[in-house]
Every structure is written in C-alpha cells, then in structure tokens.
Design a protein around this ligand. Sequence first.
Ligand code: BGC
Length: 384
Amino acid sequence: MKRFQTGAILIISLLFAGCQSSPQTQEPMEHGIYVSDFGTMPDGKAVSLYTIQSPSGMKMTVTNYGATIVSLTAPDRDGVQEDVVLGFDTLDEYIAGSPYFGAIVGRYGNRIAGGSFELNGETYSLAKNDGENHLHGGIKGFDKVYWEASPFSMGSEHGLILTYTSPDGDEGYPGSLQAKVTYMVTADNRVMVSYQAVTDKETPVNLTQHSYFNLAGPDSDTILDHELTIPADHFTPIDSGFIPTGEILSVEGTPFDFRTPTAIGARIDSPDEQLKNGLGYDHNFVLSDMSDGLKLAAKVYDRSSGRILEITTNEPGVQFYSGNFLDGTLTGKGGHVAGYRSGFCLETQHFPDSPNQPTFPSTILEPGGLYATQTVFAFSTDAQ
Ligand code: BGC
C-alpha cells in the first residue's frame, strides 16, 4: 500500500480542492491517504482502492470503480471502530452485480417513469433497466464506470476527488456531463460528500450516494431496531412500480411519520398501501426545511452500539430505502451475508421521476450552470 504525502496546501474551496505528491510505501498507521490495487475492469483499466485514515481513527476505503465507498468505520460508545457499511471484498464482486453498495448513483438517482422524459419539446428515451422504467442512471450508470481519482490533504484531513465525463447520449441522456465528487473525512468523524457537474446541453441530473448502513457493525443482520428520525412533514407516495404518483402526502398518522425517533421495524409490516407498494420503506421524504443551506435530513441511532449517524444536506429530499431487495443471496465483506433488511440507505437527492413531474423541484441543469450539492454523514455516539 502506498501513502500519498501531501504538504500544506492552500485550498479555498473543498469543491475545487486537489493535490497530490509522491507516494511512499507505508502501512496506514498514521492519518493520511493510501492507495493499493483493487483489480482490473473488463476493459483493462486498473482500479485502485484508496484508504483515508482520519486522525480520530475512522477509516474509509473508496474505489474509483463507481466512486464507491467500500468500507467505513465509526467508533461505538467504547471507541471500538467497526465497519458500518455493506460492500464486497473484491472488484470482481462489484462488477458481477452489486445492488449499488456504496456507489455514486448518476446521472439520475432513482426512477424515471417509462424510461423517457420530454425536454423543450423533444422526447428522450433512456435505457430501461427496471422493467419499463429507468433506475439509477441506466444499464451502465455512474456506479459502473471508471472515475479518475486525485487524493488530497488539508492539514490532518484527507480526501479524494473523483471525476467522470458522461458522453452526450450516455444511456439516452442529452449533453456531455462532467461530474465531480469529492469525499473528505474530517478529524471529527464526518464524511463530507460534495457533488458538482456542468453540461453542454440541458439535461436532468440527480446525483446521490448509495451506501447501505448498519450502525451495529458487520455482524449485525438487521437494521429494524435502529431508531430513525426524518424531519419531513410530507413524503411522495408511489404506485406499485415504485413511481411517484405526483402527490405530496402528509406523514401525519402514517407509518411514514419519523418526525420523532422511531425504530425502523416498528411499523414496517403494518397493513399500509404505501408500505405494500414499496415492499417496505422505499420512498422519498420531502424535507420540511427546503432552504438551500445544509440542514438535517435524517438521524439514526443504534442503541446496541451507541452509534449515531446524522445526515445533513442541501438537497430537498431523502430516499429512505430499508434494504427490502436484499435477500441473502449476496455475500459481502468478510463472508457476511447481506440479509433481508440488513442495511438501510438514506439517499439525499431531488425527488424521483422529477423530469416527468412538473410540480416537483426541477432537476434540469443548463449549459453555463453549475450543479453543486453537498451531503455530510456525521458520526457520534451516545457517550458524547
Ligand atoms: C431504490 C430501490 C432500489 C435500490 C437498488 C434504491 O435507491 O429506491 O427501489 O431497489 O435502490 O438497490
């Protein structure tokens, strides 16, 4: 494993940050960013695994295949670091078929109905990879491509900038889209994710991070006891094909009311039409605070370990997916089986199917415009 040694770098904005210098061989004892080989893609491209070691002891590994978070440790109430995300040990397993474990999803997070949308009087047909619908960017979305990676450091904090240019017509989308994702792990146990994109033709963009979390650590096979808070008065109901109906419904009196901490499993199997349509929770929540700044999107507490995850974002929505399609057929890191509802995703984003939903906030990026969003995953414990 090689260590990137970075000196003091004057960086005005994290979004534009980037620097690296000569790698040295060293084990990841001290904080820093390290690189090792992670395998080769079918097209011959060699893929790396970057290890970001924070001064607090937290460690995140990221591969430039799909800009994927492969592992992420967080301390429990006794300071014990454990991996709190689902993933695979090898690149081949990611390539063989991953349910978007830890990946960056793009160009469009979640579904676009019928795999088509109209823009300026023209109809665009997208790749259909979820029955009749388009899901998470299509057959070869941003989760399956090679991203250029540049490690950087800011003092004792380290990160990785990943860039990918999606060509005009990619999966049916108009325009060449240059995307940039910046990951940074801070000394106070936050993972900061910044997204940027520019285009040369109008196109929908909705990038998100698809980590599956289980705060109880790798030996836990359920997330149903995790207590979840989502400060959302409304959610977007779906039909039986997971497509938003276009309504914005109140959570009041429904199993979608997470305004006060509630165990994920407390109501998940109740006889509710929306839970039936989603096969559990697989819904977009409309954050009550729709301001542009960073605000809380969700808080999750695992009582067994004491771990707390708080997610802040400047996006208007968060897709809460309770891992309903995990069925025990995938074996993840260290031989741990990814069982039914053993990981949850909280995908900060604009609403699904917005290109076909005139009442939802727009996801169209114009030439000359800058797509810029940010999400922070902050870890703490009940001992703090
Ligand atoms: C979607 C699910 C989908 C899953 C893919 C989630 O973001 O909402 O419907 O099955 O990603 O694993």
